[in-house]
Ligand binder design. Structure first.
Ligand code: SF4
Length: 500
């Protein structure tokens, strides 16, 4: 399976093209890694008595930053420009790609090394480079692996979460001609050997940005492999891609976020490297591209605005029972899991991604672990409401009819009984129809699962029977009074004597 065709295709959650990814026995590696990460995270956060204070502080700082984005962005631009950087603004992903390619042409760039950046995934930058004949190499180990495999990341922090060490060993054997190994250290060494050369040859380096600090004009980038340090400092040109929501008002607040992000994102006290880039290195060029690409649409919706406070730690993905089962590709766009389900409909529109808010059990596990307290469950409900009232795949005539009939049936005991009876008959009939003839939503459900068998008589039938039995018992008591026990005894004795 290739993920090429999934990008921007309208988040085809649980559709035919994702077959195999969300079958119950499917993404075992994703499930195991997500569970491991959740347990590790719980251990770390439980050990910090003031964890909730950090979360509260982070929530308030980011809420302030989002409310004052217009001023902070300008302040950031002024401060970093004063130290030699060039700041460019892009309204869309296409515009951002154009700006990057312009820079590349101006500096005669033939090869690029890239640090991990979800914004670059959002822009489809590798495709833009490819079309312009520029060789772009991912240097983050996970990104490097998925690029070699011709796939897309399945997780926003650990892009190759869906692959086991054996998978990676086979991939390196096939693509790099290396002897097979499933040893983590050995695999890392192979990647390091192949990548080291690339930094030295590259004409341009690229990075994302975890936090952009307004009062100092600082780009804060965290990482564990040293690849961002090499990508941003070795080539003569550095281009940083920054989503406009990354702003922090002051450098004083940065430590709270570094503490939270490392602990929740990768289970560390602090990431191995924290780069603070305050401006261009003398003799080198630094470009910062500030990308909107739909973020101001989120800003316009007061009920959705909090989604912009997300720091992309990935924890809501790890705890999500849906993500654990279906993996990242099933969501159909670059941001999977709960956070993807609340931002994608804004970024690509409800018409394309209106089904994503329904890709949740609303269990609330994501909101509970989020380090900046994004109210994901509320936002999912808000988006569901919008999706069924505005043009979107969730607002279809058939859905409207179904839900109106359902609402009608729920509003009266006789109607309810009739509907329950029809449902039971329907389930029996469906059980007799071969699976190959199942269509649409029924097919999506039964492709990987068994229809649950009907569990005996309906609740209402059982309730009625119980009431009747009780009434009969009371009647008997009224008729024969105290001899009731003796009758029962006589009946029991008779039964016993009849036994063979
Ligand atoms: S919504 Fe919260 S938990 Fe999910 S990625 Fe963003 S910050 Fe992390």
């Amino acid at each position: 399976m290739t993920t090429e065709n999934l990008h921007l295709e309208g988040a085809p959650f649980l559709k035919e093209q994702n077959r195999g990814l969300y079958e119950p026995a499917g993404p075992k590696a994703t499930y195991e890694a997500a569970v491991r990460s959740t347990e590790n995270n719980r251990e770390i956060t439980d050990a910090i008595p003031y964890w909730q204070d950090w979360r509260n502080a982070a929530e308030q700082i980011k809420t302030f930053a989002v409310a004052n984005l217009d001023k902070l962005l300008v302040q950031f631009e002024q401060n970093i420009t004063a130290r030699g950087a060039t700041v460019l603004w892009a309204e869309t992903a296409e515009e951002a790609n154009r700006l990057v390619l312009d820079i590349a042409r101006r500096h005669n760039v033939k090869t690029v090394v890239k640090g991990k950046s979800m914004v670059s995934e959002e822009m489809e930058l590798n495709h833009a480079f490819q079309s312009a004949g520029i060789r772009a190499m991912e240097t983050d180990l996970g990104e490097y692996i998925v690029q070699l495999a011709g796939q897309r990341p399945t997780h926003i922090v650990t892009p190759a979460l869906h692959l086991s060490a054996e998978d990676v060993g086979k991939l390196f054997e096939e693509k790099l001609g290396e002897p097979f190994s499933a040893e983590h250290e050995h695999l890392t060494n192979i990647a390091r050997r192949h990548l080291r050369e690339e930094y030295l040859k590259a004409d341009m380096g690229m990075s994302g940005c975890n936090f952009a600090v307004a009062d100092t004009g600082t780009l804060a980038v965290v990482e564990n492999e040293g690849n961002v340090g090499l990508s941003t400092s070795t080539p003569p040109v550095h281009v940083a891609l920054v989503g406009i929501e990354k702003m922090l008002p002051s450098i004083d607040y940065l430590p709270v976020f570094l503490n939270l992000l490392a602990r929740v994102g990768t289970g560390q006290k602090l990431t191995s490297y924290t780069h603070l880039i305050h401006g261009a290195t003398p003799g080198k060029e630094l470009y910062v591209i500030l990308l909107d690409n739909g973020r101001t649409k989120i800003l316009q919706d007061p009920a959705a605005r909090k989604a912009l406070t997300c720091i992309r730690c990935g924890m809501c993905l790890n705890v999500c029972p849906v993500y654990r089962r279906v993996g990242g590709w099933a969501y159909g766009w670059v941001y999977p899991g709960p956070i993807g389900s609340i931002i994608t409909p804004h970024l690509v529109g409800l018409k394309q991604a209106g089904t994503l808010p329904f890709a949740s059990s609303l269990c609330g596990a994501c909101s509970e672990v989020c380090p900046v307290k994004v109210d994901i469950s509320h936002q999912l409900v808000h988006l569901r409401h919008r999706a069924v009232n505005e043009p979107s795949p969730a607002n279809s005539l058939i859905d409207r009819i179904t839900w109106n009939v359902w609402a009608w049936a729920m509003c009266g005991p006789v109607r309810y009984s009739l509907a329950a009876w029809a449902m039971r008959v329907g389930m029996r009939i469906i059980g007799l129809v071969p699976r190959s003839l199942h269509v649409d939503k029924l097919r999506a459900w039964t492709r990987g699962r068994e229809l649950p068998p009907l569990s005996g008589p309906a609740f209402r039938t059982r309730w009625m029977r119980r009431r009747t039995d009780r009434k009969v018992a009371e009647l008997r008591k009224d008729v024969c009074g105290s001899c009731c026990a003796a009758c029962g005894l006589a009946k029991q004795k008779k039964n016993e004597s009849n036994r063979p």
